[in-house]
Design a protein around this ligand. Structure first.
Ligand code: SF4
Length: 704
């Protein structure tokens, strides 16, 4: 029997988007290896990618058939697809007729393929007539999106990964790429090994593995990033390390920003941040003397009540120094999910429209309406992720359809989210796995095909679009997510959802990019397969159709064509510690787990690294609390509590404690779920939650 040819695909974990080759094995299993020809990873994979085959091969928790119930006191019963979708359509129609289109919502995921996002967006915004489509990307990169739009005019990552091989100064802020984006980090390590003069600056309240490569670790007090970044800007100004020509010809807002940062002495900023003044000056001297300065950041900046302000201050460093739009230089926001970028391309958040069109612009709404042949698009943004659950609890939202995400582990203040789902009139869960706790509240369960069981595209953090092949059939009656949504839209009686293939959806999406900043007219699956991947905007027919780098002409997407230096005052909007809750809690990821562990948690090799949830705290704090390494502690906030083992580390600031975000309800207990205690405070512009800052109490656990 001939050996089956492996098919190219993309790792379904983080936004690095490594290329893999997937081959079918007897019995419906697959084998996975790194794709040596793929430019992102050149065959390499991290610990998670090396175990990717288990996402398909371990079917122990797979949902195999649609299920339904008429009362939550009864068990779910197996039904046909027609029955499940007809009833769901009937319920949605009833709510829409009685309470209006804003009474229903979809809550989806950055793991969805671009085609899936596209049909969800078209269905909700075009045909149901509400913008109530949001995704879990709201929880991880929406502050970066707003920052890019405000500073550069659009949500556009200017750089490419090849810039990592060219930069000579890296600023890593609020990120631990050594654990969370390892394949990219290896490129930074290789760059530093080849060019030892390359400088690496890390801004983080914790000394993570990323700091092992750092020339300078600025271990700031949580929440003081704006002050720190503005202090660095001030030293750049003092030293004359700014690009006056770039500022004069390609930016606006410089004078206001200059006045703001000069108003606070560096020594005062240093005291506020808990960072030595000399280190701030050293960081500025590294950036100011760099030929090519590149910054990388993730949740430490984004998941904050001042997340947009933090992003703007980081972007300002690039604008002050003119370090954007040229090789090795620019801001590179990293994403935690494989297709957060693809979702943004099609407008898959409650305040976006396809292809970076502006929801507030009537002409843009009319353009999309005409293209879809739909009814008018609502002008008001829909509910964001946490707002959906608040609206459910308040009774304003009647029905929620959860696609491919696990909100009762990932949302802040998870007990409130549970209460909201309990009160929801109608809950649809479209899922691969039977693990998510959302199934407890589901009225209808729809089994979805997993990675490698369906075809589509994804876009990684450097705007690189790739095709993901279908390699094996989904088990049972599970269907691709796009097919489920299209079947439902047809059950609702909406036209325009009878696509003959995933590519037909993709081609429609591409036609809608025409004339926009991500115009990729002419791109199709054949081109993606032939070329392996492309970077948008893609200019079909040209000698060099890809766009690895944006803004090389220093023309930005703002109305004036100039980038904007915004001047946010340093403000504090988080939950302040007090006598009762004296510690600052920050949450984050560990090396071998991904998100809520529904995939990585099943792989024994990956659970060995850190098998249990834990609380990281400084030995000084542990001593004051009478807690030894490994002893159980109770972490409580105004919202709930967590009980986990203490893990002592001199790498965390005294007064700050850390919980990993991956664990949810297991074996009937949810006491290892970090989001029992996190705060629902949001950034006012991005509506991204403040996962990196809330006030908690820590006590040694003493069984009654
Ligand atoms: Fe997958 Fe990210 Fe690891 Fe690459 S770095 S193998 S995309 S988890």
């Amino acid at each position: 029997m001939p050996t089956p040819t492996p098919k190219p695909s993309i790792c379904c974990y983080c936004g690095v988007g490594c290329g893999v080759l997937v081959a079918p094995l007897p019995g419906g299993d697959v084998s996975v290896v790194g794709n040596p020809d793929y430019p992102v990873n050149r065959g390499a994979l991290c610990s998670k990618g090396l175990n990717l085959q288990y996402t398909v091969n371990d079917r122990s928790d797979r949902l195999l058939h649609p299920q339904m119930r008429y009362s939550r006191t009864r068990p779910l019963q197996r039904v046909s697809w027609d029955e499940a979708l007809q009833r769901t359509a009937a319920v949605f129609k009833t709510f829409i007729a009685k309470y209006g289109p804003d009474s229903v919502a979809f809550y989806a995921s950055g793991q969805c393929l671009t085609e899936e996002y596209y049909v969800l967006n078209k269905l909700m915004k075009g045909f149901i007539g509400s913008n109530n489509l949001d995704t879990n990307s709201r929880l991880c990169m929406s502050s970066a999106v707003v920052g890019y739009k405000m500073a550069l005019g659009e949500d556009s990552v200017p750089v490419c990964y090849d810039d990592l091989d060219l930069a000579d100064c890296f600023l890593v802020a609020g990120a631990n790429p050594a654990w969370c984006h390892p394949i990219l980090w290896r490129r930074v390590e290789a760059r530093k090994a080849a060019h030892p003069a390359t400088k690496v600056i890390v801004i983080d309240p914790r000394a993570t593995d990323t700091c092992a490569l750092a020339d300078l670790h600025l271990q700031l007090i949580p929440g003081t990033d704006v002050v720190l970044l503005q202090a660095i800007a001030r030293v750049l100004l003092e030293n004359g390390d700014v690009d006056a020509d770039f500022l004069a010809h390609h930016t606006e807002g410089y004078e206001t920003y200059r006045a703001l940062v000069l108003a606070r002495p560096v020594a005062e900023s240093a005291a506020l941040c808990g960072v030595p003044e000399a280190d701030i000056r050293l960081a500025a001297s590294y950036i100011g003397s760099a030929q090519a300065f590149l910054s990388m950041w993730t949740m430490g900046l984004n998941q904050s009540a001042v997340g947009v302000d933090k992003n703007l201050c980081l972007l300002n460093l690039h604008l002050l120094t003119g370090q954007i739009g040229r090789p090795g230089a620019g801001p590179l926001s990293l994403t935690g999910q494989p297709n957060a970028m693809g979702g943004r391309e099609v407008g898959g958040l409650s305040n976006l429209l396809p292809a970076h069109r502006n929801l507030a612009n009537p002409a843009h709404r009319a353009e999309v309406q005409q293209f879809w042949g739909s009814g008018p698009l609502a002008a008001q943004p829909g509910y964001t992720a946490t707002e959906m659950f608040e609206a459910l609890e308040a009774g304003r939202l009647k029905a929620i359809w959860i696609v491919c995400t696990n909100p009762l582990t990932s949302l802040p203040n998870a007990r409130q989210a549970e209460a909201a789902l309990a009160k929801a009139k109608f809950v649809v869960v479209q899922e691969v796995s039977s693990q998510p706790q959302t199934l407890t509240y589901a009225d209808v369960v729809l089994p979805a095909a997993a990675w490698a069981e369906k075809e589509g595209t994804m876009t990684n953090s450097e705007r690189r679009i790739s095709h993901l092949a279908k390699v094996v059939d989904a088990p049972g009656e599970a269907l691709p997510d796009a097919e489920i949504i299209c079947r439902f839209a047809q059950a609702m009686g909406f036209p325009g959802f009878d696509y003959p293939s995933p590519e037909a959806i993709y081609l429609e999406h591409i036609r809608l990019t025409a004339g926009t900043s991500l115009d990729s007219t002419g791109l199709n699956y054949s081109t993606l397969k032939e070329r392996g991947s492309v970077q948008w905007p893609y200019r079909a027919g040209q000698a060099a159709p890809d766009t690895p780098r944006l803004f090389t002409d220093h023309r930005f997407y703002t109305p004036s064509g100039r980038a904007v230096l915004h001047a946010p005052a340093a403000s504090f909007r988080s939950e302040a510690p007090d006598e009762e809750f004296p510690f600052v809690l920050t949450t984050g990821r560990i090396r071998d787990q991904w998100h809520t562990m529904t995939k990585t948690g099943k792989v024994s090799k990956l659970t060995k690294h850190l098998p249990q949830a834990f609380l990281e705290l400084h030995p000084q704090d542990a001593e004051a609390l009478g807690v030894a390494e490994g002893e159980l502690v109770t972490v409580s906030s105004r919202r709930g509590e967590v009980r986990v083992a203490a893990r002592l580390s001199v790498g965390i600031r005294p007064g700050v404690v850390f919980l990993p975000m991956h664990w949810g309800r297991q074996l009937g207990s949810d006491l290892n779920r970090a989001n029992n205690v996190t705060s629902g405070t949001l950034d006012p512009l991005s509506k991204e939650p403040d996962f990196k800052f809330c006030a908690v109490q820590v006590v040694k656990y003493r069984p009654a």
